[in-house]
Design a protein around this ligand. Structure first.
Ligand code: ADP
Length: 528
């Protein structure tokens, strides 16, 4: 012990060595502070002491021995105020002997405390003062000046240990944070909907996520494969060349042929290298744009179809009107020309109505005007018009069971049937039978329209309800149509809470069915 008497240099060295050893045993900042304070009190035979740490210009007691808890809790000393504040500000140490009346002690020492002397020194790190250590002694033996120097050496050692512990802690936190970031990144990489492929400098796959595997339609091991084997149409050379001179990502749409059909991937390539001049690896982001490309293509096909559809009847109408203006025709000839013009004008009107219906349905401006509707009656009404107009067909209506009312908009539901029947006629070049079947089911009414026409290839059936979609065959090319009829029918049926679908064995005949929900009336109990 160095405390009571003057500590001799050799003893002091030994004590410092001991402190150093003890402090090296832990890297927990709080444990370091506890050790420092405990050993310092022992070494200096002090009966109370504290370590205050400086944070944002305020000193607070972090560790204390022999001080009342309320003092420990409440003491907050601004830099420059009180003894501790002065020591922290000036970086000088203090030895205060005798009973301490100094008002600067007001916060740290009670008036009635018997204090013979006190040592106070700054804790200094490389960045400057980080805190203050104080010990005090009651009784009659005050600290000596040489003890003050030794106290300062202990404090230096303590500050160093504290700094190391803090450094270690912040390094530890940094590496935890890095690990957390890495986990987060891995989770994003694993779960993101877009595919990610990392290509090494020799163009081989270094990493890929599950979405990339799915988009590339590859189940087995693909790490180490060449990119060209996976995405043969990706212009890798061009991308590498471009990324040498540009820092923005390179984008390309790549068509991929796989077992499940053609898909289009938008590939965004970024260099992984430290500088864009010499790319080391590449990160490719894969986004499935098959649907978007399909819709865009359909839209442009639709636009050309619409212009054609609008132009043809207009040309006919204006041609005949011009003829009649320029020449005198007899009555039968006039009637013939006028009825052709009328039919063409009506075709034009239908097309425009289809377009308007679609745009209203799509923009949600359609308001159903529901009321009780008997679908068998609607079917009979629509069919009667067809029988007159298409004598080459045999139209049949079959009604099974007592058909309950559905709640719906009668005009719109008639429109659905009209679209289905028009298609049956349009796509049955040899005429034949067209059968409409209306059947009551448990809580719904089912309506089917069946024809003996050209049928629909199986792989095209899922798309026939898409806007603008038309099966590409010679008949659709020569028959007027916009690919809107079934899209409109689906909007209307689904707007009534129903479902609609199409079936065809492929080469001959199609059946389109829709089902609408209905509230079946429970049979009334006969009144007693
Ligand atoms: P469109 O104006 O072309 O008739 P629709 O939306 O009514 O448009 O139909 C979409 C496509 O579905 C048609 O172009 C046609 O290829 C196919 N289709 C619809 N109904 C039938 C049917 N009854 N028989 C054969 N093909 C049909």
């Amino acid at each position: 012990m160095v405390g009571g008497q003057e500590g001799r240099p050799r003893e002091q060295l030994a004590a410092l060595y001991e402190i150093g050893r003890a402090l090296n045993s832990t890297l927990e900042p709080d444990e370091v502070l506890d050790l420092i304070l405990g050993m310092t009190l022992d070494l200096f035979s002090a009966d109370a002491g504290s370590i205050m740490l400086l944070h944002e210009g305020l000193l607070r007691i972090h560790r204390a021995r022999g001080l009342p808890p309320e003092v420990v809790e409440k003491t907050v000393v601004p830099l420059g105020q009180g003894i501790a504040g002065w020591v922290a500000l000036t970086g000088e140490m203090l030895l205060l002997n005798g009973r301490i009346d100094d008002p600067r002690f007001r916060n740290l020492v009670r008036r009635d405390d018997e204090i013979s002397s006190s040592l106070c020194t700054p804790l200094r790190s490389r960045q400057g003062v980080i805190g203050v250590m104080m010990v005090r002694r009651a009784g009659s033996t005050p600290f000596s000046r040489s003890q003050l120097d030794f106290f300062a050496s202990v404090a230096d050692q303590a500050a160093l240990a504290l700094e190391n512990a803090r450094l270690f802690r912040s390094e530890q936190e940094r590496s935890w944070q890095l690990a957390r970031e890495q986990q987060k990144f891995q989770a994003i990489f694993r779960d993101m909907a877009d595919g990610v492929l990392v290509i090494d400098p020799s163009d081989r796959i270094a990493h890929l996520n599950a979405s990339a595997r799915r988009l590339l339609d590859r189940a087995g091991e693909i790490s180490g494969l060449c990119l060209a084997e996976l995405l043969p149409r990706f212009p890798l050379e061009l991308v590498r060349e471009t990324l040498k001179t540009q820092s923005e990502p390179f984008e390309a749409d790549v068509t991929l042929q796989s077992g499940s059909g053609n898909s289009v991937l938008r590939v965004t390539a970024t260099s992984l290298g430290p500088c864009p001049v010499e790319p080391e690896g590449l990160v490719l982001l894969l986004h499935d744009v098959t649907e978007r490309v399909r819709v865009e293509r359909m839209k442009s096909e639709f636009l050309s179809a619409v212009s054609h559809e609008l132009k043809t009847p207009l040309t006919t109408v204006s041609g005949f009107l011009e003829l009649m203006l320029n020449r005198e025709y007899d009555r039968p000839r006039q009637e013939q020309y006028l009825s052709i013009s009328l039919a063409e004008a009506q075709r034009l009107q239908r097309l425009i109505e289809d377009l308007l219906t679609l745009s209203r349905l799509e923009s949600g401006q359609f308001h159903l005007q529901p009321g009780p509707v008997r679908l068998d009656r609607v079917a009979a009404g629509v069919l009667s018009g067809f029988s007159e107009r298409y004598p080459g067909f045999s139209f049949k209506l079959e009604v099974l069971g007592e058909i309950p009312e559905v709640q719906g908009d009668g005009d719109l539901l008639a429109q659905v049937l009209l679209n289905l029947l028009s298609n049956s006629v349009k796509y049955s070049p040899d005429g034949g039978e067209v059968r409409v079947l209306v059947r009551a089911e448990n809580q719904s009414v089912r309506v089917s329209v069946e024809d003996q026409g050209i049928g629909i290839p199986r792989d095209k059936i899922p798309f026939v309800f898409d806007r603008f979609f038309r099966v590409d065959n010679s008949l659709t090319r020569s028959t007027g149509g916009t690919g809107l009829g079934l899209a409109n029918a689906r909007y209307i049926v689904e707007g009534h809470g129903g479902t609609i679908w199409g079936e065809s064995p492929g080469e001959k005949g199609s059946r389109f069915t829709f089902v609408l929900p209905c509230e079946r009336k429970e049979p009334q109990e006969s009144e007693a």
